[in-house]
Design a protein around this ligand. Structure first.
Ligand code: NAD
Length: 266
């Protein structure tokens, strides 16, 4: 199902962390509009061949994969060099790659803190820094940072994740102000619980360890904070990205858009 139609032929989109989940959902919706796609993730290139083939068929445009580790500044610089060679530059940047770790702050391993800040926050800084010069030259650009409801509110035991996602919103607002007169918009999307393989896979285990049904895990554990009692769907996040790429959205910048079933309204 395509929720929004827009011609993105001749535009190139980099979606970080797009071999599964939200990133793949966003890449698919952008491909439906004809954009060239740069997929990224930690999987081996041979494991992504099928996805590339299917996205190429959907978009009719060029789709490539980069296994660049978004925790490393040099890998990000190399990725932007590849993008320049292959496509001239990146018009649409979706910062999506992210990881999670849950622990009380006093036991939180320092290495996990550093990894989460590196991937969930610093990678956004490095990709934005690399993307802006080309976007300024073109007089057009779209930067969308996939933050989280945890960019707006906290939950216990997620200190690094919540700190990183709040940081992403600060970065979004700052860069939006710096590029406001350059035809570039910079926004953050703040999903609540989203139906991805990662979330789906934990339901049977949670049911077993808590001694409750899978339906109870969904409603009383995962969706406890989400008044609609519905997961966000990756297609909906992809459609919002497509909308933010449209001319209709060219005066939306610096915003943080919750897609969380009412979670952060409470
Ligand atoms: P996911 O685990 O399904 O996908 C993560 C992707 O990131 C994969 O493509 C993986 O290859 C890639 N990745 C991991 N480490 C990487 C690295 N070092 N360099 C490059 N790529 C790397 O995750 P998801 O649930 O789709 O989440 C995507 C984003 O959405 C994250 O930033 C997450 O914080 C955010 N988010 C997710 C939810 C949710 O409920 N799923 C809710 C709010 C926000």
């Amino acid at each position: 199902m395509t929720l929004f139609n827009l011609d993105l032929k001749n535009k190139t989109a980099l979606i970080t962390g797009s071999t599964s989940g939200i990133g793949l959902g966003v890449a698919t919706e952008l491909a439906k509009q004809g954009a060239n796609i740069i997929l990224n993730g930690i999987e081996k290139p041979e494991d992504v061949e099928e996805t590339i083939k299917s996205l190429s068929e959907i978009s009719g445009s060029k789709v490539i994969y980069s296994p660049a580790n978004m925790m490393k500044e040099e890998a990000i610089t190399d990725l932007f060099q590849t993008a320049e060679t292959e496509f001239g530059g990146i018009d649409i940047l979706i910062n999506n790659a992210g990881i999670q770790y849950v622990s009380p702050v006093e036991d939180f391993p320092s290495g996990k803190w550093e990894a989460i800040i590196a991937l969930n926050l610093s990678s956004n800084f490095y990709t934005i820094k690399s993307a802006i010069p080309y976007m300024k030259k073109q007089g057009w650009g779209r930067i969308i940072n996939i933050a989280s409801a945890h960019g707006l509110v906290a939950s216990p035991y997620k200190s690094a994740y919540v700190a990183a996602k709040h940081g992403v919103l600060g970065l979004t607002k700052t860069v939006a102000l710096e590029t406001a007169e350059n035809g570039i918009t910079v926004n953050a999307i703040c999903p609540g619980y989203t139906w991805t393989p990662l979330v789906e896979a934990q339901i049977p285990d949670q049911a077993k360890s808590r001694g409750i049904t899978e339906e109870e895990v969904i409603n009383n554990v995962l969706l406890k904070a989400q008044p609609t009692k519905k997961f966000t769907e990756v297609e909906q996040l992809g459609a919002l990205c497509v909308f933010l790429c449209s001319d209709a959205a060219n005066n939306i910048t610096g915003s943080s858009l919750p897609v969380d079933g009412g979670w952060t309204s409470q």
